[in-house]
Design a protein around this ligand. Structure first.
Ligand code: SF4
Length: 345
């Protein structure tokens, strides 16, 4: 079991659930939109919010955001240790330092001393992009990443600082897996997982799910952040879906639906989308398995593990529990009828 670290009131590691972190994407100067984005992330259920802090204006952003959201805030700092000091003074509850660009011992020590005084945590965030050299193999790159984190942690520990998390983001999914596994064998500091520079949406969701999901399924990782070239709320939704698929956390009903085939006589894809939207809009967070299946011939049998489901015929939809039909509905009313059953659970 890993050690515990914290970001403000949020405990991470040990027995605590896998935490979900989000990141603000709005430029800091656009204050109104920045606040709006932070509020949307909080409403989506994010448990910590990270902000890339480039200068004094960014460092002061915590003061503004704090008036509008209550989730802990983390400043992502590169190059300027003084910016880290300002971010700590401004009220961020965690900071991320990159060993590749804040590495002078005296500078690191002054940040650590301030973090200790202010009771805030540090994430040692190693990115393979920080190494300006070519490695002969993924393993060699992963080894270098782990060494970089271990050496950095020693500086923190020498200052009696242990409120630390670590992350490794490699150039690809396999390097990320390798570095995290290597570190988890040597150390019990909590790990923040993510796959970076993931690409177009479908590729990015696949890479994140494989990278983060594989490690979580091996018991590695304590906090996750999905990176997509897409709105930040979507990143949180994917992170929650990864945790729910691995049965590590439950955020709401799990929808099972069939791929449809020539037996299907309704627009099932549209019905699934509408059902999902309705669940989100109504903020239904009770867990149960709901099946939406394209035909009555195979639907109930294929989704026998569902708590409640609908299987469609031409005009009617059979409502079933396990593999027994318990009633009938139609395409127009089925979403409302299923939600009634879900609410009874
Ligand atoms: S449940 Fe019916 S419609 Fe859906 S894939 Fe299976 S056979 Fe086809």
């Amino acid at each position: 079991m890993s050690k515990t670290a914290k970001i403000g009131k949020l405990k991470i590691g040990a027995k605590y659930p896998i935490r979900i972190k989000g990141m603000l994407k709005t430029p800091i100067a656009k204050t109104k939109q920045l606040i709006g984005e932070a509020k949307s992330l909080e409403a989506e259920g994010v448990e910590a919010i990270r902000l890339a802090v480039l200068n004094e204006e960014g460092a002061r952003a915590a003061t503004i955001l704090r008036k509008h959201v209550s989730v802990p805030l983390v400043a992502d700092i590169h190059f300027q240790y003084k910016t880290a000091l300002m971010a700590i003074d401004s009220g961020f509850e965690g900071i991320r330092l990159n060993p590749s660009n804040i590495y002078k011992k005296n500078e690191v020590i002054s940040v650590v001393k301030s973090a200790k005084r202010n009771k805030i945590s540090i994430r040692v965030g190693v990115n393979s992009g920080g190494f300006k050299k070519n490695f002969s193999s993924r393993r060699m790159m992963a080894k270098q990443m782990v060494k970089s984190a271990v050496d950095y942690i020693k500086i923190l520990e020498k200052q009696n600082f242990f409120d630390t998390m670590v992350s490794f983001k490699g150039a690809d999914v396999l390097t990320t897996l390798e570095a995290n596994r290597m570190f988890a064998k040597k150390s019990d500091y909590p790990l923040h997982l993510g796959v970076t520079a993931t690409g177009p949406f479908v590729d990015a969701v696949v890479k994140s799910s494989i990278g983060i999901g594989t490690l979580l399924s091996e018991g590695i990782g304590n906090v996750i952040r999905v990176s997509l070239s897409a709105p930040s709320v979507l990143e949180v939704q994917v992170a929650k879906a990864i945790c729910q698929a691995l049965d590590l956390r439950r955020f709401g009903p799990e929808i099972i639906s069939c791929p449809t085939c020539s037996r299907c006589e309704v627009d099932l894809i549209k019905i699934v989308d509408e059902f999902k939207r309705k669940i989100e809009k109504d903020k239904i967070d009770k867990y149960c398995k709901v099946a939406l299946m394209g035909c009555v011939v195979n639907g109930p049998g294929e989704a026998y593990q569902a708590d409640i489901g609908a299987a469609f015929g031409k005009k009617k939809a059979a409502i079933f529990k396990k593999d027994k039909i318990i009633g009938w509905s139609n395409e127009k009313d089925i979403i409302g009828d299923l939600l009634k059953e879900v609410r009874k659970k």
